[in-house]
Design a protein around this ligand. Structure first.
Ligand code: ATP
Ligand code: MG
Length: 315
């Protein structure tokens, strides 16, 4: 079986109990929940039985232990997760806006996962991977950009594959070098997993049809476009497919894209037909939003298959 590696942030997420515009007053919060886009991705992939490792760091604190215990329990290889004696585990505070948008306060760059120690354990994981999944949210420092790029290049050079989710957060888009790094990753990408307007973010074309053509012409083999409560679509050189959204009650949308992406990527690596992979990924995304906490809604394959019988919304 293919072995996936993800390089990036492990965080805890602490969420406001009630919607509002930000954090400028005391409020009720719930957490810590295990989080970080690469960690959610890895946890969901592991739940599907896919070999997957995360390269990241945590502090000597309960936030770190909460994460490593969860990842290990679900089958993620955490041998390349270092424990930083000087820095705390990363955090993300999130508050939903009344319009459904999100406000974040991040501590990533100055946390344990904000710098990299390429130890023998990290090297062993990187050298053993046959696929890398790159998260745009993880390209927030020069070190992380370089390690993701170098690993993607090395994996491609030995016949492996690359998937890429731009996973943009306006709060981190303007990090130095981030846009240029995204362009370089895109040039190495086999499977591209943008959400909403991310589809046209890195293309010259401003419209969806033009962007899809341009991306496929540029060497991307498959594009999966996530569209939240509107479902998802798949595009490759032979045509397009759609997955209607499942009818679920959305409790917490954070993590849906990562669960969706992990499911599609794991199935794509196994050669599952794209329509089946798309439907099961849409089931994973839909189940993810029904649970509070970004990593609480991960699913195993029997659960996803059972979900396929559930009602879908009209397209
Ligand atoms: P994230 O916040 O994790 O970055 P994202 O923007 O990358 O999310 P979304 O498009 O929100 O990803 O969600 C991924 C997929 O999950 C969607 O394409 C859809 O199939 C499914 N999904 C998400 N929200 C819902 C919902 N409310 N109802 C049904 N399905 C949903
Ligand atoms: Mg996303």
């Amino acid at each position: 079986m293919q072995k996936i590696v993800v390089i990036g942030e492990i965080l805890v997420e602490i969420m406001a109990d009630f919607p509002g515009e930000g954090f400028s007053e005391p409020m009720a919060l719930t957490g810590p929940f295990p989080s970080g886009a690469p960690a959610i991705f890895a946890d969901q992939a592991a739940r599907l039985g896919q070999p997957v490792a995360i390269v990241s760091g945590v502090g000597v604190d309960d936030f770190g232990r909460l994460n490593t215990a969860r990842l290990a329990r679900d089958g993620v290889d955490i041998s390349a997760v270092w424990v930083d004696p000087d820095r705390p585990t990363g955090t993300a505070f999130v508050r939903y806006r009344p319009d459904g948008g999100r406000v974040f306060v991040f501590n990533i760059r100055h946390s344990a996962c904000g710098r990299i120690a390429v130890s023998d354990a990290v090297r062993a994981v990187l050298d053993g991977a046959t696929h890398i999944h790159v998260m745009g949210s993880s390209l927030s420092s020069a070190e992380f950009i370089a390690l993701n790029l170098d690993t993607a290049e090395a994996i491609r050079a030995r016949g492996g594959t690359v998937s890429f989710d731009p996973n943009l957060r306006p709060e981190i888009l303007d990090a130095p070098g981030m846009r240029a790094a995204m362009g370089r990753i895109l040039a190495l990408t086999d499977l591209f997993l943008p959400s909403g307007e991310e589809l046209t973010l890195l293309t010259r074309s401003r419209d969806a049809t033009g962007a899809i053509k341009e991306l496929l012409a540029g060497g991307i083999r498959a594009i999966v476009h996530k569209r939240g409560a509107a479902g998802a679509s798949y595009h490759d050189a032979t045509g397009s497919l759609r997955a209607a959204p499942f009818a679920v009650r959305e409790v917490d949308p954070t993590g849906a894209g990562d669960c969706f992406g992990a499911t599609f990527t794991a199935l794509w690596l196994r050669g599952t037909p794209p329509q089946e992979a798309l439907d099961l990924a849409a089931a994973a995304g839909a189940l993810a939003v029904t649970r509070r906490g970004p990593m609480e809604g991960v699913s195993d394959l029997p659960t996803l298959r059972a979900m396929l019988a559930q009602p879908r919304k009209e397209l």
